[in-house]
Design a binder for this molecule. Structure first.
Ligand code: NAD
Length: 412
């Protein structure tokens, strides 16, 4: 099943539970706007390569749209559309005044020089410039993009406008209007959600074994935060594979190794483990924080964790969800678990619009408040409606978007 088919199936499943109006249901099943662009880029060897880029806005019902930019060889319209839909639900669930969007370029950023990445980013930004803006659509980083890519996007937009517009993207370097705490926000939010769920299911965090797939912005920070709250992080991985040590990994040494050598490969401190085997390791908490579709009907029966915290977007297929639910595994869905990033992106946008900046403690305190509040709201609906956390989260989110659509009516 494609990622978009899975996202639509989730919406279809929740529609009868909230008595979703059929017309609004039909509108929400597809994106409001999609743009496909060619991104011609001069490579360092003098050749020209034409990459394909996308920006999809799923729903503008609640405000300007918000969502990341992904640079990855698997980026296509289907995945970007699915991710844009998830962003609509995530923003609505968190009570943010945004609709959902997503974008990306089909490329392998790990095989490109900084100059090639900059030229591709600037051309991509120019090609989608009519669609973005601080009051229209505000990109952020995702897989394969970072603060530097956001700085180039912000500069390209600003140069074309002739003024500096920090609020056009979030997760910029703090010197350019980025928020303190943004780079750690998603991983920090993952650990807050994990702690709330662990308490609810009676799982002590002290000594709990955690496995984290993906050692990037989300997985790296989530691993460190889980260790700080008492968990034993026994395995982590990146795209080339992972490391496992049943007594716990020396995370600081791993971070140091990745800073120097880019990949975990060859790092001492644990035994090598494949990304497939990592998902089936003995542990209490599993955090998929890399790509989508990794927990499927093929391996869901072998997952040994009691709690899955979805740092990645769409890591669990609907079929796997059903198997995990039947086995009593608690899954904190992506739109709740990894919302820390868009929450602090919202804080960054608010700070940019006011040219007034908060200290990091305030950002972290507000992030925690929003995450804890959202978790409690979702857990309450799950309890009352006797459904799992994903269904409950979607019930809250889709209802909010549907209500906004109903209030606004159908134009013309
Ligand atoms: P990143 O590029 O910083 O890190 C991704 C990590 O995953 C890297 O360690 C990479 O090597 C690894 N990886 C890539 N392909 C893999 C594969 N096939 N198997 C195993 N590992 C693989 O990206 P990120 O920002 O940490 O994003 C990770 C996930 O979290 C994505 O699904 C993204 O959509 C989601 N997410 C990110 C944010 C954010 O604020 N960055 C917010 C919400 C959700």
């Amino acid at each position: 099943m494609s990622m978009l088919a899975a996202a639509v199936a989730q919406l279809d499943a929740v529609a009868p539970r909230i008595r979703l109006d059929p017309g609004i249901h039909e509108r929400l099943r597809r994106p409001q706007r999609s743009l496909i662009v060619s991104v011609p880029t001069a490579m360092d060897d003098g050749r020209l390569r034409v990459f394909t880029g996308y920006r999809v806005q799923h729903s503008l019902a609640l405000g300007p749209t918000k969502g990341g930019i992904r640079y990855h060889p698997a980026v296509d319209l289907d995945d970007v559309s699915a991710l844009a839909m998830l962003m609509t639900w995530k923003c609505a669930l968190m009570g943010l005044p945004y609709g959902g969007a997503k974008g990306g370029v089909c490329c392998d950023p790990t095989a490109m020089s900084p100059g090639e990445l900059e030229r591709m980013t600037r051309r991509f930004t120019s090609e989608i410039i009519g669609m973005i803006g601080p009051d229209r659509d505000i990109p952020a980083p995702d897989i394969g993009t970072n603060e530097q890519v956001m700085a180039w996007m912000m500069d390209t937009y600003s140069m074309q406008r002739g003024i500096t517009v920090p609020g056009v993207v979030t997760s910029k370097p703090p010197l350019l209007g980025g928020s303190l705490g943004r780079s750690e926000a998603t991983g920090r939010g993952v650990s807050v959600a994990a702690a709330e769920a662990a308490r609810a299911i009676g799982l002590p965090l002290e000594g709990a074994r955690a496995v984290v797939q993906g050692f990037g912005n989300v997985g790296g920070v989530a691993a460190r935060r889980l260790q700080e709250v008492g968990c034993r992080v026994v395995a982590v991985s990146d795209a080339r594979g992972g490391l496992y040590h049943p007594e716990g990994l020396p995370l600081a040494a791993l971070e140091e190794h990745v800073r120097a050598a880019r990949w975990l490969e060859g790092c001492p401190g644990g035994a090598a483990v494949s990304n497939e085997d990592l998902l089936e390791l003995p542990c209490e908490i599993l955090v998929p924080a890399a790509v989508g579709g990794v927990i499927t009907e093929k391996n869901a029966d072998h997952v040994r964790a009691r709690l899955i915290v979805e740092g990645a977007n769409g890591p669990t297929t609907p079929a796997a969800d059903a198997i995990l639910g039947g086995r009593g595994v608690t899954v904190i869905p992506d739109i709740l678990a990894n919302a820390g990033g868009v929450i602090v992106s919202y804080f960054e946008w608010v700070q940019d619009l006011h040219f007034h900046f908060w200290d990091e403690a305030e950002v972290n305190r507000r992030l925690r408040d929003v995450m804890v509040g959202a978790y409690a709201r979702v857990a309450g609906v799950a309890r009352d409606a006797q459904v799992d956390l994903r269904t409950a989260a979607l019930m809250v989110a889709v209802s909010r978007v549907a209500e906004a659509k109903a209030l606004r009516g159908l134009y013309p």
